[in-house]
Ligand binder design. Structure first.
Ligand code: F6R
Length: 241
């Protein structure tokens, strides 16, 4: 695990974009793992700037980390929509090259198995982008998630629903259930880029990188990942020893 601390989230986005650019220009069929939420915003904006400057993403395939259960197709907060708006369209990645778990599937466990297999069939994820929840979750693996878990349905805990309520008109509208890549799925990615910014993430970051490897802090899997880069702004790093 490598920890990089830079003054601002814009600075960390540049380093993350350098890593992704290197992948995209050197590999014939790169596979990216995409996160949603506020954290990767500056990274997606930096990649969009580079795309406008000539960096092609036409040969990229991508897999989303997670999805809400029950939001109708086209709902602006459905993660498939968020990724289309913030990543697929700005980077001109072909729509069919980006997949997520389908939170409207009739058989959710079967959909999770299909998704896990689709990642395997694509040869696995080269660079997985991830944020961290204020409670230490990664993707939607809430505290208590099995360290070897695969893509599966999960129930969001109260703190995560409260944190995500800012994207919805009210707390009641935040879905209670999600489909998420598991900690084992994320563990199989070839390079994990975990980004965090802001003081609100400082406790979770300290627990993830300096606490024990433990299900109580799912993001602590960064410590055992074969190649993890933790990119922090100074506020998110402020509780490190
Ligand atoms: C989103 C995801 C979540 C977020 C986390 C932080 O796809 O998997 O784990 O990364 O909840 O969210 P933000 O970045 O909004 O603080």
């Amino acid at each position: 695990m490598e920890i990089i601390v830079l003054p601002t989230a814009t600075d960390t986005a540049v380093v993350a974009a350098d890593i992704i650019e290197q992948l995209v220009i050197t590999r014939p069929a790169p596979v990216l793992g995409l996160a949603t939420g506020s954290t990767p915003g500056p990274l997606y904006e930096e990649l969009t700037r580079r795309h406008k400057g000539g960096l092609s993403f036409a040969h990229v395939r991508a897999f989303m980390l997670d999805e809400y259960v029950g939001l109708p197709a086209g709902h602006p907060e459905r993660y498939a929509e968020v990724i289309r708006r913030e990543v697929t369209e700005p980077l001109d990645i072909p729509l069919e090259a980006v997949q997520g778990p389908d939170g409207s599937a009739a058989d959710l466990p079967a959909e999770c198995e299909r998704y896990e297999q689709a990642i395997t069939d694509a040869g696995g994820i080269d660079v997985q982008i991830a944020g961290i929840g204020s409670n230490g979750h990664i993707a939607f693996n809430e505290p208590g998630s099995a360290l070897t878990s695969l893509t599966r349905p999960k129930t969001l805990n109260a703190r995560t629903r409260h944190d995500n309520a800012r994207f919805f008109a009210s707390l009641d509208e935040v879905p209670k259930h999600v489909l998420t890549q598991g900690l084992g799925t994320i563990g199989r990615s070839r390079h994990l880029l975990m980004l965090a910014s802001g003081e609100g993430k400082a406790d979770a970051v300290a627990a993830a990188v300096e606490g024990p490897l433990a299900a109580v802090c799912p993001a602590s899997i960064v410590q055992t990942h074969r190649h993890a880069t933790v990119l922090l702004d100074e506020a998110a790093a402020s509780k490190l020893a």
